[in-house]
Design a protein around this ligand. Structure first.
Ligand code: ZN
Length: 465
């Protein structure tokens, strides 16, 4: 009976916003990722539950919101608990359901990958191909993880159905690239430079929360980019696209192995990311605090195993939390009552939007040096944000202002919209038991001092204190 259950391969990458990919209008050189979109059914708007690695991943693998996992940061001065034994994980559901589960590559899960056989994490050196784009442990980890995954897929003869995760880190090597190019500098010349995004210039910063105004004081990468000019940001985008191309090559090796074994068509492959990247929007790099589309919206595609939807790109609001129940339904396994998401199977098959009124994302802190709790409530047209610091609100019209250039929360013509979204926000807090309003924001005066603007940044950032 087990033999009828499909093999499933999850491919996760780190720090990929959907707009970077061709399937979502981008200019990436990613033929292997593109092939998944060509064969499959994708979702247009997928929100991660926190735009930061560890909270996002813990939420994904446990199927519950970050405030329930209690994994709210990447660690250091805000340590995270090991994911509770009292709640099931995706890995456990599949293991108990008769699947072989195996995970290669990056974890950063605070224990939520429990139930998976975890292949050790290590590095294999990869020489730089171009001095403009130096490699670090992110790229070395991906080489090691892909080598192990290729070995496994080349020889796996297990009778059980398979749930495998190939968890790759690139294009995250871009974070190290920022460090190598910090401050005023001359870039190593490259052949072509991508254009800056329409929202590169950020004229509305005085109308944003203080945590947004002072990302440069809380986040080392934004501080390192504070003196960059437009040309430097174009080099950032070129480097980003290169690291994205690198991870695409690794994905190609895995897909080729499945093809050689005659398993490519029968395996259900799901591709996604843990969060996005600023992509030079608002003269910003990597990710921190902000809930902009570049940071909270990720690609998501399902292909193979006979998945054939009525539409290639499905609209509506999806959350990364939806992945866990969807996978359970694909495998014919019971969906645990604790899971917060909804199965996407009806939308995959019929092409209609999931029945969801709003999507949520949460922020607490990256390393505990500044603590800036924030919640995002996004409906199809609008995005409402609440920051605990100063009880500050932002509202964006995503239809007329998809690049979030203007915060219209104070505009009297939007008063009704604001009231409606505040109502959704309160309902969300109540229904999910999110203790947001009892949390405490913490930002030392030193991190709120200089004139507003990332280019005005001076001195050290919080993590250097
Ligand atoms: Zn600053």
């Amino acid at each position: 009976m087990n033999h009828k259950r499909p093999d499933i391969l999850l491919i996760q990458v780190d720090q990929l916003h959907s707009r970077a990919l061709k399937a979502y209008g981008g200019i990436s050189d990613t033929p292997n990722i593109d092939s998944l979109f060509a064969r499959g059914v994708a979702f247009e708007s997928v929100t991660v539950q926190c735009p930061l690695c560890q909270p996002s991943r813990a939420s994904l693998w446990s199927g519950i919101y970050p405030h329930r996992t209690e994994v709210l940061s990447n660690g250091r001065k805000w340590p995270c608990p090991v994911f509770t034994e009292r709640l099931p994980t995706l890995g456990e559901v599949f293991t108990q359901g008769g699947y072989k589960t195996i995970h290669f590559g990056k974890r950063h899960d605070s224990g939520a990958l429990r139930g998976f056989e975890l292949v050790e994490e290590d590095e294999t050196f990869v020489p730089d191909e171009n001095p403009a784009w130096p490699y670090n442990f992110d790229t070395y980890n991906d080489q090691y993880a892909t080598d192990r995954a290729v070995e496994f897929f080349s020889s796996n003869a297990d009778d059980k159905p398979l749930l495998a995760v190939v968890d790759l880190i690139n294009p995250h090597n871009i974070c190290g690239w920022v460090g190598k190019n910090k401050g005023e500098h001359h870039d190593v010349p490259v052949d072509t430079l991508p254009p800056l995004p329409p929202n590169f210039t950020f004229g509305d910063i005085s109308n944003r929360s203080r945590s947004i105004q002072y990302i440069c004081c809380a986040h080392i990468r934004q501080a390192q980019a504070s003196l960059w000019n437009g040309e430097n940001f174009r080099h950032y985008l070129a480097a980003y696209n290169h690291y994205l191309h690198l991870v695409d090559r690794q994905i190609g090796r895995v897909l080729d192995t499945l093809k050689q074994r005659g398993k490519l068509d029968d395996t259900i492959i799901v591709f996604f990311s843990d969060h996005g990247d600023a992509l030079a929007a608002r003269a910003s790099v990597t990710k921190h605090t902000a809930m902009y589309q570049e940071l909270v919206e990720i690609p998501l595609v399902f292909c193979g195993g006979g998945i054939q939807g009525r539409k290639k790109m499905v609209g509506g609001l999806v959350q990364s939390l939806d992945l866990a129940p969807t996978l359970c339904e694909i495998a014919g396994l019971p969906i645990p009552a604790s899971f917060d998401g909804m199965s996407l199977i009806p939308s995959l098959e019929e092409g209609h939007a999931p029945k969801r009124e709003y999507a949520v994302s949460q922020w607490h802190t990256e390393w505990g040096y500044t603590v800036e709790p924030c919640r995002m409530i996004r409906t199809q047209k609008w995005k409402y944000l609440h920051y605990l610091e100063d009880d500050f609100e932002e509202l964006f019209d995503l239809e007329s202002d998809p690049y979030e250039m203007t915060n219209v929360a104070q505009d009297s013509e939007n008063a009704e919209v604001l009231v409606y979204h505040k109502g959704l926000f309160k309902r969300y807090l109540k229904e999910t038991g999110d203790p947001y309003l009892s949390l405490v924001a913490k930002a030392d005066k030193r991190w709120r001092e200089h004139e507003v603007g990332y280019d005005k940044h001076s001195g050290i950032t919080a993590p250097e204190a």
